[in-house]
Structures are given as structure tokens and as C-alpha cells.
Design a protein around this ligand. Structure first.
Ligand SMILES: C[C@](O)(CO)[C@H](O)COP(=O)(O)OP(=O)(O)OC[C@H]1O[C@@H](n2ccc(N)nc2=O)[C@H](O)[C@@H]1O
Ligand SMILES: Nc1ncnc2c1ncn2[C@@H]1O[C@H](COP(=O)(O)OP(=O)(O)OP(=O)(O)O)[C@@H](O)[C@H]1O
Length: 289
């Protein structure tokens, strides 16, 4: 095999709770993750020229060590004592720095792809252990689906699948740093925690209505304070008929869950027309590997 082509899927957090700050500065989390049918495309080719050459369709993304694809490839090659060269083509469709784990998913797929390309035979668990060195969301991006994510994001348990629905995404034109959001989270008595166990029970009953009623993300307390546009988008999505709406990850993307395709399409058209909420608007579905 000389090359491999793969899709790197985005995620949303249906529920996001933070349990405590750890000694190492990271946080223990308890999150329900869901892959969505929005993806970047990655092609990795073997090359007779040594070194890693990365090309992507966004001029502002780094193509060296600053890119998670480059980092993942270079880690994989060194861990497996591979000296061959690589040429990698990255086609981004997932909004960048959006709370949708675009970079993490690209890195995950790079590890999975290289494992196939070089027939190194590493298990998914071994790739996840490698991936978490580069980012807390990467192990999940290797697993995909509806998953409970604990620890810093590396303790993963598959859950009953999210019932079929339509997912609207709106990314406001602002940039949010994940590190800043975690560092500014106050875990005192004033903050309310989502009931992740009740959400898991709703998934087990395939009860979309009860699940969406409980959707919550503790990181909203930090991001919405700085960027009220997030609350405005949520409010508008609810007005357009979403069962519920929530910020994904550390933000700023907001997603709305709709059970009716006509209602979802009409909301999609509304946000496409009213670009003040954000120019990047997508109507998508849950994705399972
Ligand atoms: C917000 C989420 O996207 C939700 O899925 C993740 O928890 C973040 O995952 P990620 O972007 O892969 O995170 P990393 O790139 O590993 O870490 C970025 C920064 O976020 C903070 N961080 C991240 C994950 C975690 N469990 N605790 C943290 O405190 C750390 O300050 C870290 O420096
Ligand atoms: N392949 C990549 N795709 C997107 N961003 C990348 C990539 N490699 C490095 N980055 C850098 O990583 C930062 C975060 O990008 P990313 O799109 O992964 O954020 P995110 O969706 O908020 O991730 P998460 O939800 O895991 O916190 C950006 O500032 C970007 O410059």
C-alpha cells in the first residue's frame, strides 16, 4: 500500500461536567461525546524523500510541528522506528478552534492511517495511549460514536447510541482558548453540574426528549460570560424549534438538536441568512463508525 485516505469526524459534547482540578493542572471530566457527520479528509502517502511534508487548504493553519497532524505523524514514526518519508494532504471542513475537536480528530486519523499504511499492528488501545500524549480528546476521536469520557478524556466507555436526530451547528466568529476556559472555571458551590447519569439512562431508553432536557455544559459558565453571542445563538435556536441547544466543548460553537427535518432545515436557512450569529453554519446528523 502506497497511500491511505481517511475521514476525520468532528464531535459534540452532549453533556460536559468537570469533577476536579488535578495536581498536573488538567481536570477530571465526565462527558458524553457524540461524533457527527462533518469531517476533514486526510490522505497520507509514502515518499522516497525523507521527512514529513504537510499541505492543507487553509493558509492560516501551520504545516509544521504546530499542526496536530504533523505532530501525530512525527510521534508515530519515532515510536515505531520508521525513517521513511511522508507526504500528507489535509482538507479541512471542520471549523478550526471551534470546540468540535477538529485538530484532535485529524491527529487520531493520522495515527490510525499510519498504523494501516505501515502494517504496524498496534491495537486501538495502544494508539489511544499514544494519542493522549498530544491531546485529551484524541483517544475519543480514535473510538468515535456515543461515548462516556472520563479521566482527562482517556477513560472511555461506549454508551447506547444517540437516537436519530438532526444537528444544527453555528460557530460565532470568535476564538476561544480551551486552556483559558479550563483555567477560569470556578468549581465552587455556585456552579450547577449536569446529571450525566440521568442522561445515560435516557440514552438507554432511547428517549431523545428526556436526554435533551438534561443537556448541559459546565464550561458555558466561563465562555458565555465573555461572549454573550453564545447565549443569543442558543436562545435563537430554541425559538426555531430545537429540542435543546448547547455550547460544544470549550466553545464557541453552539449546536441544536432537532427531531423534525423540516424544522431543522428552516432553522438552518434562518442562520444562513442571518450571518451576524456566525458565518459557519452546518446541518448534520450523528455519525457512528
Ligand atoms: C473541552 C474538550 O474539547 C471537551 O471534549 C476537551 O476537554 C479538551 O480537549 P483537548 O482540546 O484535546 O485538550 P488538550 O489539547 O489536551 O488541552 C488543552 C488545555 O485544556 C486544559 N484541559 C484539557 C483537558 C482536560 N481534561 N483538562 C484540562 O484542564 C489544559 O489546560 C490544557 O492545557
Ligand atoms: N489539524 C489541525 N486542525 C485544526 N487546528 C489545528 C490543527 N493542528 C493544529 N491546530 C491548532 O489547534 C488549535 C485548536 O484547534 P481545533 O480545531 O482542534 O480546536 P477545538 O475544536 O476547539 O478542539 P477541542 O474541541 O478538542 O478543544 C487551533 O488554534 C489550531 O491553530
Amino acid at each position: 500500500m502506497n497511500y491511505i485516505r481517511k475521514n476525520a469526524y468532528a464531535k459534540i459534547n452532549l453533556g460536559l461536567d468537570v469533577i476536579r482540578k488535578r495536581e498536573d493542572g488538567y481536570h477530571d471530566v465526565c462527558m458524553i461525546m457524540q461524533s457527527i457527520d462533518l469531517y476533514d479528509k486526510i490522505t497520507i502517502s509514502r515518499s522516497s524523500k525523507p521527512g514529513i511534508r504537510l499541505h492543507n487548504n487553509l493558509s492560516y493553519l501551520p504545516t509544521g510541528q504546530g499542526n496536530l497532524v504533523y505532530k501525530a505523524a512525527s510521534l508515530f514514526l519515532s515510536e515505531n522506528n520508521i525513517t521513511e518519508g511522508l507526504s500528507i494532504e489535509l482538507n479541512k471542513h471542520i471549523p478550526v478552534a471551534a470546540g468540535l475537536a477538529g485538530g484532535s480528530s485529524d491527529a487520531a486519523v493520522t495515527l490510525l492511517g499510519l498504523n494501516e499504511l505501515f502494517e504496524t499492528g498496534l491495537s486501538k488501545e495502544a494508539l489511544m495511549k499514544l494519542g493522549v500524549k498530544l491531546g485529551a480528546d484524541i483517544p475519543y476521536c480514535i473510538m468515535l460514536g456515543t461515548v462516556l469520557s472520563e479521566g482527562i478524556g482517556e477513560v472511555l466507555t461506549p454508551l447506547s447510541p444517540l437516537p436519530d436526530c438532526h444537528i444544527l451547528l453555528v460557530k460565532p466568529d470568535i476564538n476561544v482558548s480551551t486552556k483559558y476556559v479550563y483555567e477560569n472555571l470556578k468549581l465552587d458551590g455556585s456552579v450547577s453540574h449536569p446529571d450525566i447519569n440521568a442522561m445515560i439512562a435516557s440514552l438507554d431508553r432511547a428517549d431523545l426528549s428526556s436526554l435533551t432536557k438534561r443537556m448541559d455544559n459546565i464550561l458555558q459558565t466561563v465562555t458565555i460570560k465573555e461572549y454573550p453571542i453564545i447565549a443569543e445563538i442558543k436562545h435563537k435556536m430554541n425559538e426555531t424549534g430545537a429540542l435543546a441547544s448547547l455550547m460544544s466543548g470549550s466553545g464557541p460553537t453552539v449546536f441544536g438538536i432537532y427531531s423534525d427535518i423540516k424544522v431543522a432545515e428552516s432553522a438552518f436557512r434562518f442562520f444562513k441568512k442571518n450571518r451576524t450569529y456566525g458565518k459557519q453554519v452546518f446541518l448534520t446528523k450523528p455519525y457512528w463508525p
